[in-house]
Design a protein around this ligand. Sequence first.
Ligand code: MG
Length: 371
Amino acid sequence: MKSSPKTAALLLCAGAGRRAALGYNKIFFDLGESTVVERTVRRFLHFDEIVVIHAPGEDGLLKNALSAHCGLRFAEGGASRSQSVRNGLAALPADTEIVAVHDGARPFVTRALIDACVASARETGSGVAALPSVNALKMRSKDGLVSLPRDTVYTIQTPQAFSYAKLLDAYARVSGDFADDSEVFERAGYPVTLVEGSPENRKLTDGADFFSPGPGFKTGFGFDVHRLEGGRRLILGGVEIPFDRGLLGHSDADVLTHAVMDALLSAAGLPDIGSLFPNTDPAYKNADSLKLLGRVTEKLTDYRVLGLSAAILAQRPKLAPYLPLMREKLAAVLTIDPMDIGLSATTAETLGLVGGGRGMAAFCTALIRRL
Ligand code: MG
């Protein structure tokens, strides 16, 4: 659905991002399901125009990274943030009514915050995302440090939405380079309206922002054990393995797939497979556990599976030759890369129930992320 005034987003992607120390522009960092820049662009698809402002020489890379989206405009950035915004404003159609400037490296912005900034800009001429400070604040002055009252100070984020005509006028009359657009707007004499931002709308800046789990990552653990009996097929990870006995259970007793399912369900905080597929229900008699895994993935619609790490404990037979096929089968159901599944097998050194050949066990951890 298009919003009613003609809206345009200017996405600033021209920064060098040196603090991220990735060796390349941080907007190309792979967040798992997409790059930073693509995730940011997806937040603005309800706008009439999107202009992506790129660093000189990076237009080809960006167009490639955003090839899933048609109708984007591209503009080359300048030597400073303010010059980049000036270039972006010049690339917009003259009938634009509201323009929202946003950092390409803030991919976690919500649609609600974007729309609140646009609504504020329609009403008052501007809507700038801002957070009250949670930290005590000091300012250095010539007489030493001065404490600032925390409730009067804000941290400014993007999006920053403005009446296009007013922001154009402000940039025409105010020269120089500034940290953000609201300063240019204010210097031109226009009032700036703040909209409550969000701590999750953080700007990916230094290395830790990229390599520490952010919000929405969840891990889960699953464990299962089944008894070995004659006259049963041995199925592990959906692969039938020649052996004189098989695992006993109500379903096909695929102990590995059961541990995988419980790890995934546990990560999502959902009830375990015993509750989902009760062994008293005839529907699950001899059930193909890979099909049950498919049913589990349907319950994870709010999540993306990022990876599994599992171990099978079995005294015999030798499982190593079958592990690659198990990974492929599990990956196909989960629609992930087999490389994202770690799988190992070990004996129990003839110790205990597994070592004595009476059963097999499996352990699995899962990493998922809320979409
Ligand atoms: Mg089981």
